[in-house]
Design a protein around this ligand. Structure first.
Ligand code: CA
Length: 228
């Protein structure tokens, strides 16, 4: 499914957009605040296009855009602007956004813009492999599932993201900071220990013997490496 983030604090506008996106074959991922939007993007790394309202109860849409752009230059971003907002200010602040739509907008106008942007960011192409196979492991990127020797292994979203990162970088030493930034995002101010906690849990799930790991090896004082 083609995921589109819909950040809009007014529930009536949000549901109007959501209904129309579903009709056009998209899977809307909803957020009512800037913080929720950033969290949804962390949980759905396959979101290709984001609609960002500007006036929000917490951080404004421009700030959300800036934070998305800090880690992702590929996502298509459309700002939803009110007609009352001064357009020179909007366009001046729009540096990171790809397009804007002025409220009130018609459903066909909005979906036409999203379709165009989706094509541009390559959301329609099958450029990314659906499956990554390495050793006994098969990661399905579309379903976000992992199998080992044909057996499904249940993963949390974070564990899946770590596996995806490892399988995209086989044999590469990854620092704990690299893993934290890639999986939790640069805006996460938690401790590096969270990486170790998740790796420990992941090892119990995927290693033949988690006390003697062979797939995820520790690089002392640095981080971890995925390989065989
Ligand atoms: Ca608003």
């Amino acid at each position: 499914m083609k995921k589109v983030l819909v950040l809009e604090d007014e529930a009536s506008i949000r549901s109007f957009v959501v209904i129309n996106l579903k009709r056009s074959g998209y899977e809307p991922i909803e957020a009512a605040t800037g913080a929720q939007a950033l969290e949804q993007i962390r949980q759905h790394p396959d979101i290709k296009v984001a609609l960002l309202d500007i006036m929000l109860p917490d951080i404004d849409g421009f700030e959300v855009c800036r934070r998305i752009r800090a880690t992702d230059s590929n996502m298509g971003i459309i700002m939803l602007t009110a007609r009352t907002q001064e357009m020179d200010k909007v366009t001046g602040l729009m540096t990171g956004a790809d397009d804007y739509v002025t409220k009130p907008f018609s459903p066909s106008e909005l979906t036409a813009r999203i379709d165009a942007l989706y094509r541009r960011v390559g959301g329609d192409s099958a450029a990314e492999a659906v499956e990554i196979r390495q050793g006994p492991f098969k990661l399905n990127v579309r379903n976000r599932t992992l199998e080992k020797n044909g057996q499904r292994i249940k993963l949390t979203q974070v564990e899946y993201s770590i596996m995806k990162l490892f399988m995209d970088n086989p044999g590469k030493a990854m620092s704990r900071e690299d893993i934290l930034n890639a999986v939790w995002g640069r805006d996460y101010f938690g401790e590096l220990k969270i990486v170790d906690v998740n790796i420990r849990r992941l090892r119990i799930k995927i290693e033949d013997d988690s006390t003697n790991p062979t797939y995820i090896t520790t690089i002392w004082g640095y981080g971890y490496k995925w390989g065989f």
